[in-house]
Ligand binder design. Structure first.
Ligand SMILES: *[C@@H]1O[C@H](CO)[C@@H](O)[C@H](O)[C@H]1NC(C)=O
Ligand SMILES: *[C@@H]1O[C@H](CO)[C@@H](O)[C@H](O)[C@H]1NC(C)=O
Ligand SMILES: *[C@@H]1O[C@H](CO)[C@@H](O)[C@H](O)[C@H]1NC(C)=O
Ligand SMILES: *[C@@H]1O[C@H](CO)[C@@H](O)[C@H](O)[C@H]1NC(C)=O
Ligand SMILES: *[C@@H]1O[C@H](CO)[C@@H](O)[C@H](O)[C@H]1NC(C)=O
Ligand SMILES: *[C@@H]1O[C@H](CO)[C@@H](O)[C@H](O)[C@H]1NC(C)=O
Ligand SMILES: *[C@@H]1O[C@H](CO)[C@@H](O)[C@H](O)[C@H]1NC(C)=O
Ligand SMILES: *[C@@H]1O[C@H](CO)[C@@H](O)[C@H](O)[C@H]1NC(C)=O
Length: 396
């Protein structure tokens, strides 16, 4: 009796806390029930991309995705915005891993960049540095050792690779795409770009060692993201077509092919707080706001930070910062588990994503995908799961 009364009052308190917008700092943020059956619309054709007045894009039939972590189980490119200095980047995969369970397979490093050692495996540094177009913006191309200017071929970032506010680059794998084409490995992509796959897998992990120091330039209206650094993942079709289109048809982003923000500073008022956000249609309609973590991870502007994101085989996604993060060629399951268990429950924040009751067809016929973009459980379901998730933390 006492226990259940306690739970109810904690749930109520927590809902009040949500309503009043009180947020707390955590070292780890987890999402559960990640992944659903849904669709997105791929770009099928670019038209008149050099003509400012007639530039437009066409989209193809809706494509289905489903399963744990979908649509982020697909290939993703890794994006960086300053102020930022990247010391290490690594991508790992394993057969089967569920956070909290003892698996058997170790995690294997499949891509790596080390700034001071100038060592790399399976990475291509790219940015929006190619030809400009009114509806697509600038084309993706190789970036030089500064991460910012165009290079003739794949180039490693130099050891001191600081980029400032508004400046961005991305990392892809070194696996080349087949020719552009609807239904082909990399879909339809912009003519003339060097095209590489991002990093795939339902069960995957990205680790980072980085600094995000305070911006030293003075703020002004010429900045879009003044002192708002971020590290995030995009469905790799997005940057190969257009990362910042003026026409929503020019990338699959708006139809929900997938973005996950790992560490993102959202605004100047909270510029030392990292939020994690899914920009997918898993129970929401406002893709721009997305499904944001309620708590945040503090940004350390003075020191190098280490951490990353784990997508497990059961639809759990954890973002974390920990000085214990290691970047070896292989990481044992017990090391990953102890890294993720290192945080006490009061240092973690957890929320469940809404359950979506769509089913992908077995054929590739035109789908009734639009229905899936509607809220299936409704806002109350989402709020409720959010609140019970927080309640669990405090009750334990
Ligand atoms: C987007 O594509 C759809 C279908 O091809 C088309 O009906 C619509 O007009 C396009 N929208 C824009 C803004 O180009
Ligand atoms: C891609 O990276 C891997 C791992 O470093 C390497 O073995 C392979 O030769 C690279 N492939 C290309 C085309 O550079
Ligand atoms: C690209 O072109 C658009 C309009 O055509 C313009 O608004 C934008 O500033 C240009 N961007 C760059 C980086 O030149
Ligand atoms: C490089 O990354 C790609 C994309 O995830 C992967 O398919 C490939 O196996 C990786 N290469 C190596 C050598 O691990
Ligand atoms: C800053 O971002 C956080 C997280 O999204 C949000 O809760 C807060 O309301 C925002 N503050 C302002 C002033 O926009
Ligand atoms: C920078 O200026 C913009 C307005 O141009 C403002 O919205 C933002 O909060 C400022 N950032 C900081 C950190 O003061
Ligand atoms: C991580 O290490 C830095 C020193 O490099 C230290 O200042 C910081 O407090 C540590 N962070 C945590 C969370 O322990
Ligand atoms: C990492 O594990 C793979 C297979 O899991 C193995 O082939 C490789 O030798 C290991 N590498 C190291 C450095 O232990």
């Amino acid at each position: 009796m006492i226990n259940s009364a306690l739970t109810i009052s904690v749930v109520l308190c927590c809902c009040l806390a949500v309503a009043r917008g009180q947020v707390r700092a955590f070292d780890k943020i987890t999402f559960s029930n990640v992944g659903f059956a849904g669709t997105f619309q791929p770009v099928s054709r670019f038209r008149n991309i050099g003509d400012a007045d007639r530039c437009t894009c066409e989209v193809g039939e809706r494509q289905w995705f489903s399963g744990n972590n979908a649509p982020l189980a697909d290939h993703v490119s890794v994006h960086f915005r300053g102020p930022l200095r990247l010391s290490q980047f690594a991508y790992y995969t394993t057969g089967q891993y569920v956070i909290g369970d003892d698996g058997t397979d170790s995690w294997t490093r499949r891509a790596y960049y080390g700034a001071s050692s100038q060592v790399s495996d399976n990475v291509t540094f790219m940015g929006n540095v190619g030809d400009n177009s009114s509806c697509l913006g600038r084309a993706l191309d190789y970036v030089s050792y500064d991460g910012l200017t165009k290079a003739a071929g794949s180039t490693l970032l130099r050891s001191d690779n600081y980029i400032s506010s508004d400046e961005e680059y991305a990392i892809f794998s070194n696996v080349s795409c087949p020719n552009s084409g609807l239904g082909r490995g990399c879909g339809v992509y912009r003519d003339g770009i060097p095209a590489y796959y991002g990093f795939d897998g339902e069960t995957k992990m990205f680790l980072f060692e980085f600094e995000m120091p305070r911006e030293t330039q003075t703020n002004s209206s010429s900045f879009s993201y003044y002192d708002l650094p971020a590290i995030w993942l995009l469905n790799d079709n997005i940057p190969r077509t257009s990362q910042y289109p003026s026409n929503a048809n020019c990338s699959c982003w708006a139809s929900g092919c997938g973005e996950f923000d790992i560490f993102e500073v959202m605004n100047g008022t909270q510029r030392d707080n990292f939020y994690s956000t899914f920009h997918t249609f898993q129970g929401i309609e406002d893709l721009g706001t997305g499904i944001q973590s309620y708590g945040y991870i503090p940004r350390d502007t003075q020191n190098t930070m280490r951490g990353g994101v784990v997508f497990d085989s059961d639809g759990n996604v954890a973002t974390f910062l920990s000085n214990s993060t290691q970047f070896g060629a292989n990481i044992s399951v017990s090391d990953i588990s102890s890294l993720l268990a290192d945080f006490s429950t009061s240092q973690s924040y957890s929320s469940a994503l809404a359950s979506i009751s769509g089913t992908a067809p077995t054929t590739t016929s035109r789908s009734s995908g639009f229905a899936l973009t509607e809220k299936q459980g409704g806002l109350w379901y989402y709020l409720f799961t959010l609140c019970t998730a927080i309640a669990h933390i405090f009750v334990i």
